[in-house]
Every structure is written in structure tokens, then in C-alpha cells.
Design a protein around this ligand. Structure first.
Ligand code: NAD
Length: 499
């Protein structure tokens, strides 16, 4: 497929981002790019230099109503469109995302602060989300249960109708598409809101959807902040399900708002993930992956292993080698290919992370590496923090218990298997865990006892889109991925026939 001349913003993105005057991001309602009804705008910053590059609408209840009206009109058509047609459109969106990988990656990096090479990988994964669920639209089927007393049950799974998808700023297009793609594949119309901190790739996706021929009103993308736009979405009576990824406190608020309306809810929330390293691990492989699982995307991935537990026997060896590797990580301009750690997403988050480091010291933590802001020549107003490793903290202190969501990890020795499990489980969160050992019996035994929705053994972030994704405890409710997402985005109806 050729790049298309109608994709105005995507084609011009480099020029727009380099311009001295911020451009306007628009909502995507009823198939068209439009301003919000109140014409109120929020500033969007480029974290690498601290400058405002665009303004996005702060959409209100009126805009949400317009989007719901558009979705209501579009529902019968989309619901009844043959699966193959849904496949063709969703697959076309995937193709266009792939074609515009460079442009989207530049946009994502400029909006979020991540290195461009990393953004390119994530944009590829956003395309994979659409491709994966395009095929799911073709494959999803009903179940049948034959009863002994000459009866048959079958279960119809119907689209819910209009659903809301709300996503965070850390993996913007990847997480946005992770929700939208299954919602559409299951036959729903969608009202979606990206984070107001990183709206750009969601805006560019609007153009891609128009280009791909998605019928108008099927997907509506609204920009704005949580308490205004997000709140109007979760409160709307006609939006029957909410798929949310973000912080645990926001998730709690959404649950409290949506529960009395009996909305279906999927909540993917915060984490404070343990990385358990046994002495009998493959040391080199573990070190390489642990550097990544600690600091990829500036540590702003809900799956990062921020609590590192190391068996006492190899603690000193680990510490020396790990610090050595961490000190070699280049913090710098996201546009440079050698940069491993880019900018922190916002000034507010940058200050939060620095406060967490100061608190760790106050709690008795010993900073082994990093711990300070990093000044980047030519980008002095950007928000950069050195990768930070802290030791010497009690397991129950705030630094070990609260999510920091930045380039900060703690390292703590453990005595034996039981001690490692106890320390790992001493958390209100239960999203992901990593276990390093060459003893597979032990690996399975420990995996069975860790209270997390996802466990990686001798690897990290190895994702198969068919697997259930989500957390236990305060890390969330429900699972996404594979058929789980298709089930979430459908209503079941059982039909029983006496033969
Ligand atoms: P956040 O909760 O502040 O915001 C997430 C989204 O919710 C944004 O779009 C925001 O505008 C919206 N929002 C805020 N208030 C709202 C309200 N009252 N009603 C409706 N929507 C509202 O989270 P964040 O700071 O953007 O993201 C970081 C958090 O996300 C971290 O806690 C991280 O662990 C979590 N996260 C979890 C996963 C996962 O899969 N479990 C993945 C990525 C990020």
C-alpha cells in the first residue's frame, strides 16, 4: 500500500513538531476532526526540551454526548457488518500504522520523552494489536453445550453497544490500541480517551481511521483531562462498559462511579513488581534483562521490576556488576540512537520521582547509583533523571511499597526461597513478577506462590497477545488480551433448546 496524500498531519508531523507555534490537536467525532464545543485547550509539552508543541481540546459533557450520538447511529451498521469486512478495515488500520511507523514514532517520542528507537518498536506493537484483533473478529465464535436429557445450549456473544476506553501516558498508542482494537473487533462502537499528557499519536490514529475507511461514528476519540473528559465518559448512562488502564487511585474512583450504574469494568492498574534473582540463575542473561526490566522507557512501564530481590550468596557480585551496567546507560536526547533513557514524561512526574528518591534517602536508603536530575547539553529545560539504584531499605517502607513509576529500583538481599516469596508478596499490588533460576522445579514452585497476574521466568516482557494480561490485588480487576478481551467486550446470552 502506498503512503496516502490525505493524511495531512501525519505527513507534516516533523514540520509541525519543529515549528515555533504550537498546533491544535482535534477530537475525532462522527468520522471528522473537530474542535471541542467549549474551544478550551490544554498545553502539550515535549519532555525532551520542556517546550509546548501543541494544544489539545479539553472536551466536556457536550462533546461526549456528540460522540455518543454518533456512536448510537453507527452501532447497527458496525454490529451487523460481516466479520470479514471488520477484518479488512482493522487490518488496514494496522497496515497504515506500519507504513507511518517513522512518523508515529517521532510523534510518540516527542510527546512522551522515550527514545525514538523504543517508540518505533512500540508503534510496531500497536499495529500488531490491530492485526491480532482483526483476525479475532473472524475467529471469535459461540460455545455449545449438549445436555444429556436431549437439549442443547448455545451461548451467543453480542456486542455490548457503546463502550469507553481510557488509557495512560506511558505506552500511549500501544495501550490505546490494545483496548480499541478488541472493542471494535467484538462489534462495539467506542468512545476513547488517551491521556491528556500524551494525546498526539491517538490524534494521528484518527487520520488513519478515516483513511482506512472506518465508518463514521464507530470510533470517537476525545481529548481532555481526567476529571472533565474522563469523568463525562465514565458517568455517561449509554456507555455500558469501561476499559481503563492507569493509576490505582483513578481506578478506584472509576469503579466507585461505574458500579452503581452496573457498568462492566476492566481495570488495569499500578504495580510494584518483584524481580527475584536466585544464586543459580544464568547470571549474564539475568543482568542484561534486569537492566532492561528496571529502566526501559525510563522505568515508566507498569511491568518494570522495581523491587529487586537477590539471594544473599550472590548479592555483592550482583550489586557490583549491576551498578557497573547501570552507570553505562546513556541518558539523553531521545532522538539519538545511543540513548537508552530519555526524558521523564512531565514536569509534575519528574518532580514526583525526585521527591521519591529524597524520601528513600530519608527512609535510610543508600543511593548506589544515580539519584539526581541529569543536565543534557542543548536540552537544559527537558526533564531527565539518572537511573537510580537504592539499597538498605526495609521491605515495608514507602519506597518499597508505593509505585514510583520512574527510573528507580531498590535492591534487597534475601535468605532463601521462603524469604523471597514473603518479601515479594508483601505488597498491595500484584501485577507482574520475574523469577531467575536455572532450577525449573524451583521456578514453577515459586511461580505458584507469587500473587501476581503475570510471571516471567528467566525473561521479561515476553508477550504473547493470546495470553490473559492483568493484575491481582490493587493492580486491577479482570484480564485483557486474546479471547479475554473479546469476552469482556461482549454480552453473553444463553439459549437452551429442548429437543
Ligand atoms: P492516571 O490514572 O492518572 O490516568 C490514566 C487515564 O485516566 C488518563 O487518560 C486520565 O486522563 C484518565 N483519568 C483521570 N481521572 C479520571 C476520571 N476521574 N475519570 C475518568 N478518567 C480519568 O494514570 P497515568 O498517570 O496516566 O498512568 C500511570 C499509571 O498507569 C501507573 O500507575 C501505571 O502503573 C498504570 N499503568 C498500568 C498498566 C497495566 O496494564 N496495569 C499499564 C500502564 C500503566
Amino acid at each position: 500500500m502506498q503512503k496516502n496524500i490525505h493524511l495531512n498531519y501525519i505527513k507534516k508531523i516533523q514540520t509541525l513538531l519543529q515549528s515555533n507555534s504550537p498546533f491544535l490537536i482535534q477530537n475525532y467525532i462522527n468520522g471528522e476532526l473537530t474542535a471541542s464545543s467549549n474551544e478550551e485547550y490544554l498545553d502539550n509539552f515535549n519532555p525532551s526540551n520542556g517546550l509546548i508543541y501543541s494544544h489539545c481540546p479539553n472536551s466536556n459533557q457536550t462533546d461526549v454526548q456528540l460522540a455518543v450520538d454518533a456512536a448510537t447511529s453507527a452501532c447497527p451498521l458496525w454490529k451487523n457488518l460481516p466479520a470479514e469486512n471488520k477484518f479488512i478495515i482493522l487490518n488496514r488500520i494496522a497496515e497504515l500504522i506500519d507504513i507511518y511507523n517513522d512518523e508515529l514514532a517521532l510523534a510518540e517520542s516527542s510527546d512522551q520523552g522515550k527514545p525514538i528507537w523504543l517508540a518505533k518498536n512500540e508503534i510496531k506493537r500497536a499495529a500488531q494489536n490491530f492485526r491480532f484483533y482483526a483476525t479475532a473478529a473472524m475467529q471469535f465464535s459461540s460455545e455449545a453445550h449438549i445436555m444429556e436429557e436431549s437439549a442443547i445450549n448455545y451461548t451467543i456473544r453480542q456486542p455490548i453497544g457503546i463502550v469507553g476506553c481510557i488509557s495512560p501516558w506511558n505506552l500511549p498508542l500501544y495501550l490505546f490500541s490494545w483496548k480499541i482494537a478488541p472493542a471494535l473487533a467484538a462489534g462495539n462502537c467506542v468512545i476513547a480517551k488517551p491521556s491528556e499528557i500524551t494525546p498526539l499519536t491517538a490524534f494521528l490514529l484518527s487520520e488513519i481511521c478515516i483513511e482506512a475507511g472506518l465508518p463514521k461514528g464507530v470510533l470517537n476519540i476525545l481529548h481532555g483531562n481526567g476529571p472533565v473528559t474522563g469523568q463525562a465518559i465514565i458517568e455517561h448512562q449509554q456507555i455500558k462498559a469501561i476499559s481503563f488502564t492507569g493509576g490505582t487511585s483513578t481506578g478506584k474512583h472509576i469503579a466507585a462511579t461505574a458500579a452503581p450504574m452496573f457498568k462492566k469494568l476492566s481495570l488495569e492498574l499500578g504495580g510494584k513488581n518483584p524481580n527475584i534473582i536466585f544464586a543459580d540463575c544464568d547470571f549474564e542473561k539475568m543482568i542484561k534483562t534486569t537492566v532492561n526490566s528496571s529502566f526501559l522507557n525510563q522505568g515508566e512501564i507498569c511491568l518494570c521490576g522495581s523491587r529487586i530481590y537477590v539471594e544473599k550468596r550472590i548479592y555483592d557480585k550482583f550489586k557490583t556488576r549491576f551498578i557497573d551496567e547501570v552507570n553505562q546507560l546513556k541518558v539523553g536526547n531521545p532522538a539519538e540512537s545511543e540513548t537508552k533513557i530519555g526524558a521523564i514524561v512531565s514536569k509534575q512526574h519528574y518532580e514526583k520521582v525526585l521527591n521519591c528518591i529524597a524520601r528513600a534517602e530519608a527512609e535510610g536508603g543508600n543511593i548506589l547509583s544515580g539519584g539526581k536530575p541529569k543536565n543534557i547539553l542543548g536540552l537544559e529545560n527537558g526533564w531527565y533523571i539518572e537511573p537510580t539504584v537504592i539499597e538498605g531499605l526495609q521491605n515495608n517502607c514507602l519506597t518499597q511499597q508505593e509505585e514510583i513509576f520512574g527510573p528507580v529500583v531498590t535492591i534487597t538481599p534475601f535468605e532463601n526461597e521462603a524469604d523471597a516469596i514473603e518479601k515479594a508478596n508483601e505488597s498491595i499490588y500484584g501485577l507482574a513478577a520475574t523469577i531467575w533460576t536455572e532450577n525449573l522445579t524451583k521456578a514453577h514452585r515459586v511461580a505458584g506462590q507469587i500473587n501476581s497476574g503475570i510471571i516471567w521466568i528467566n525473561c521479561w516482557l515476553l508477550r504473547d497477545l493470546r495470553t490473559p494480561f492483568g493484575g491481582m490485588k490493587n493492580s486491577g480487576v479482570g484480564r485483557e488480551g486474546g479471547w479475554e478481551a473479546m469476552r469482556f467486550f461482549t454480552e453473553q446470552k444463553n439459549v437452551c433448546i429442548k429437543l
